[in-house]
Every structure is written in structure tokens, then in C-alpha cells.
Write a protein that binds this ligand. Structure first.
Ligand code: UD1
Length: 431
């Protein structure tokens, strides 16, 4: 297994462009199966999860190639709606294909998805939503077969504003007969991006970004060219990295409006943040102040995907901070690893009590999931001494060449093989 070796203690400094949003690109690539012909999706990040989605689309008969942040798709030969089990297990987001494939073929076979080990991650809300549109679902072991001769619009109330369920229902309902209303819908920016993309293909969807989304089904979709929004979690990761290393970093191609909750928290801790259009500068000169209480919740509240990262920052603050996780159970696996680096964090149920320490120290630690892994890298950048982060395949699922990006900001970080040989990033090696 590859690892990242980090010599910490150097403030990050410089300017960097933010990658396109993984969590917007994945459902948008899935939604493209609704159309025939050639589509171009721009600003797509070159990530392992994106490669898996393209492999799935290829296995279903389409042409799906990523070159220079553009995905060229040809959906005219799409012939199958049976997602191969081995690909499905590699990435939870393959579940996004359920709604659009059901709409296009009248049936779809999927398997219980894989993905990050951050909790139970059920799909009951996806299935209930599709059932409400008229689908019949058979589950045998890990195989799920979903059939619907015709999808019909319905009024759907989500028990919880699940991002994935909202997106899956939107994609299926876009092709249903009549009107669908999703109540208690998730409001994440990626859902707005999906609405814009579906509408660019001819769908009639209104309300994304609010908790009520209305979808008037259409019978035909057409190809389009579409540009993905910037990745707010990648941007947030670099904001925290800049602040934790007491650096001075400018982000380009960022949407500050998608990051209001993080900006608010960092400012409360004493970080200077100035935004103008799609540019943001982050500077931190002093030891951060504690932040009494942060609660993760669906957008626009503080994102669960930045919970592990803000915890690294607060580990270095002056005083006691509390972070409560309400979205995923089991998302505190990074706490033990941070403890090895000298952080003082106690977990009680779904709350972490973080007593700031003056400094973290380098150690060998293990990435347990994507964002926990990123948090350990940031901890390594801020720490004194050498940190080795193992199991970094998790990190490659969500960050475009993380070591290259951080090196550009002056970090001393290298990717190494288990034998200690220096390596280029995995996607460079694929070519
Ligand atoms: C998406 C993001 C992920 C982020 C999460 C929450 C993508 C590709 N991933 O994941 O990075 O951490 O939103 O912001 O966009 N739930 C159910 N039943 C369901 C679906 C969800 O109980 O059918 C629960 C989950 O177990 C979890 C909560 O709802 O506790 C949130 O999940 P959800 O919003 O669906 O997250 P994802 O779409 O999986």
C-alpha cells in the first residue's frame, strides 16, 4: 500500500485552483444515461471514483472518456442496465445510476453499494422514493432488481434530507409521467448543479436549493455541454490546511457562498478570510481561538465532510471546542490517529471534546476513510517532525493528486511505495 510522507511545520503559501466537485460530477455522469448522443461534461476532477463511474458507463455500452478535465460521452450505444457487481462494490455512488437507468430501460440491477466506512449508509430512502414513482423492487441477498414499465409522478416526503436519495428521485422523476414533488429534499449545492444539468438536457425541474423540489416529467432528453461547479469540500480542505499551518493561501475558482458555515467557524477562531468573486484568501497568523460548539447537519449547516478536518484545526486551538456529528455514526475514526500525533480529544457518543494543544507531532497514522485521511494529511502538515499517512487509496478517491496540490503551496510531501520508493500520483501512472 502506498503512503504519504510529510515533513511538517511549514506554513502553506501560494495560489491554487480548486478542482471540479466530485459529488456533483458523479450524479451528473449518472444522469447522462437519460440522453442519447454525445455529451461533454467539463471541469470533471481526475479521481479514482470518477474513473470507476466511467468504467461502469463503459461496461453498460456507452463511450466515456476523461481527457484534460473533460468527459466525452456517447450514450447512443448504451444497451445494458445491469451494473457489474465488482464495480458497484468499489464505489457507493454507483447507486446514482439506479434512478436514471430505471427511467431509460424500465429495469435496473444493482448490488448493495460499497464506499467509505463511515457508518451504515442505508439506501432505504432511495428505494422508497423509486417505489413511490411506481417501481417494484426485489431484494435477494445483496442483489437489488428494480422494475417499472412506467414511472408516474408522485408526492414524496423524505424522512431525512438525504443527498443521494434526493438526486436519485430527481433523475427518475425527470422522465416520469406527470409531476413529482420532493418534500424535505436535501439542499446541497450539488443538487442545484444536478437540476441545472438535467434542465440543460431538457428536463423541467424547479426548486433545487430549497427543501421542496418540483419535477415535471418529460419524455425526451437531448445531449448538452455542461460545466461542473467547484468542489466545496476540496476548497474547505485547503482553507483548513492554510489555517492549521498558519499560512497564507489564495484559492481560485471557488464559490465562497457554498462555504459560509466553514468561513463563519474559521473567522470565529481568528482566521482572516477575504473573498472577491471566485477568489478567496485565507491567512492565519496566531494560535486559533477555540470554537465552543460545531454541529454537523445537512446543508447549509456545517458539512459532515469537513468534520474531521476542522477537528485537526481545533486540536491546535487555545481552549476546549466541541464538535457534534449528527449525519453519520462512526465518523470519528480519525480521533485515535490524531491522538497518536498528540491531539487531546475525547469522544462521548456523537460528540468530540477537543482540548487544544500547542503543537502536534509527526507519527505513522492510517487513513480510515476519504475525509479522515485528508485530515491526517493536514495534521501532518501542521505537526512538528515527520508524519507517514498509510492507506492513502481512500484519499485518492476524492482529491486530485493531493501531494502535487500541496507541494505547489510549499508543503514537503511525497508519495512512496511500501518499499520507500518515491512515486508519482496513481493517475499520472495510468497516463
Ligand atoms: C453525500 C455525499 C457525502 C456526504 C453526504 C452528507 C456524494 C457522492 N456523497 O452522501 O460526501 O458526506 O452526502 O452530506 O454526494 N440515509 C438513510 N437512508 C438512505 C440514505 C441515507 O438512512 O436511503 C442516511 C445515511 O445513513 C446518513 C444520512 O442519511 O446517515 C446522510 O446520507 P446522505 O445524505 O444520503 O449521504 P450520501 O448521499 O450517501
Amino acid at each position: 500500500m502506498e503512503k504519504l510522507v510529510i515533513e511538517g511545520g511549514k506554513p502553506l503559501s501560494g495560489t491554487i485552483r480548486i478542482q471540479g466537485a466530485k459529488n456533483a460530477a458523479l450524479p451528473i455522469l449518472a444522469a447522462s444515461v437519460l440522453s442519447d448522443g454525445n455529451l461533454i461534461i467539463e471541469n470533471v476532477p481526475d479521481l479514482l471514483d470518477i474513473q470507476v463511474m466511467l468504467d461502469i458507463l463503459t461496461s453498460l455500452g456507452s463511450r466515456a472518456v476523461l481527457t484534460g478535465q473533460k468527459v466525452h460521452l456517447d450514450m447512443s450505444r448504451l444497451h445494458s442496465s445491469h451494473i457489474p457487481e465488482e464495480l458497484m462494490k468499489q464505489m457507493r455512488s454507483s447507486i446514482f445510476l439506479m434512478g436514471p437507468l430505471l427511467a431509460r430501460f424500465g429495469s435496473v440491477t444493482v448490488y448493495q453499494p460499497g464506499g467509505c466506512a463511515i457508518g451504515e449508509r442505508k439506501i432505504n430512502l432511495h428505494l422508497q422514493g423509486l417505489e413511490a414513482l411506481g417501481a417494484v423492487i426485489e431484494e435477494t441477498g445483496s442483489t437489488i432488481v428494480c422494475r417499472a414499465e412506467k414511472l408516474t409522478g408522485a408526492d414524496i416526503v423524505l424522512d431525512f434530507p438525504s443527498v443521494g436519495a434526493t438526486e436519485n428521485i430527481m433523475m427518475a422523476a425527470a422522465a416520469a409521467v406527470g409531476r413529482t414533488t420532493i418534500h424535505n429534499a436535501a439542499r446541497e449545492p450539488e443538487i442545484q448543479d444536478l437540476q441545472h444539468f438535467l434542465n440543460a438536457m431538457g428536463a423541467r425541474i424547479y426548486g433545487a436549493g430549497t427543501d421542496t423540489i418540483t419535477i415535471d416529467g418529460v419524455s425526451r432528453f437531448h445531449p448538452c455541454v455542461y460545466r461542473i461547479i467547484p468542489d466545496r469540500i476540496a476548497a474547505g480542505t485547503l482553507m483548513v490546511a492554510a489555517a492549521a499551518t498558519r499560512g497564507n493561501v489564495t484559492l481560485e475558482q471557488v464559490n465562497p457562498q457554498h462555504l459560509t458555515s466553514l468561513i463563519h467557524v474559521l473567522k470565529r477562531a481568528g482566521v482572516q478570510i477575504i473573498s472577491s468573486g471566485d477568489i478567496m484568501n485565507i491567512q492565519c497568523h496566531n494560535r486559533p481561538r477555540r470554537v465552543e460548539r460545531i454541529v454537523t447537519s445537512p446543508y447549509p449547516a456545517f458539512p459532515t465532510d469537513l468534520q474531521s478536518l476542522i477537528m485537526v484545526f481545533l486540536s491546535l486551538a487555545d481552549g476546549l471546542s466541541i464538535v457534534k456529528e449528527t449525519v453519520f455514526e462512526g465518523r470519528f475514526k480519525h480521533v485515535d490517529e490524531l491522538g497518536r500525533m498528540g491531539a487531546d480529544i475525547r469522544v462521548d457518543m456523537n460528540a468530540a471534546y477537543i482540548k487544544g494543544v500547542p503543537r502536534l507531532y509527526g507519527a505513522t497514522v492510517e487513513a480510515t476513510d476519504l475525509r479522515a485521511g485528508a485530515a491526517l494529511v493536514i495534521a501532518g502538515l501542521a505537526a512538528h517532525g515527520t508524519t507517514v499517512v498509510e492507506q492513502i487509496h481512500h484519499i485518492d478517491r476524492g482529491y486530485e493528486q493531493i501531494e502535487k496540490m500541496l507541494t505547489r503551496l510549499g508543503a514537503r510531501i511525497r508519495r512512496k511505495s511500501p518499499e520507500g520508493e518515491e512515486l508519482s500520483s496513481p493517475l499520472d501512472r495510468i497516463g
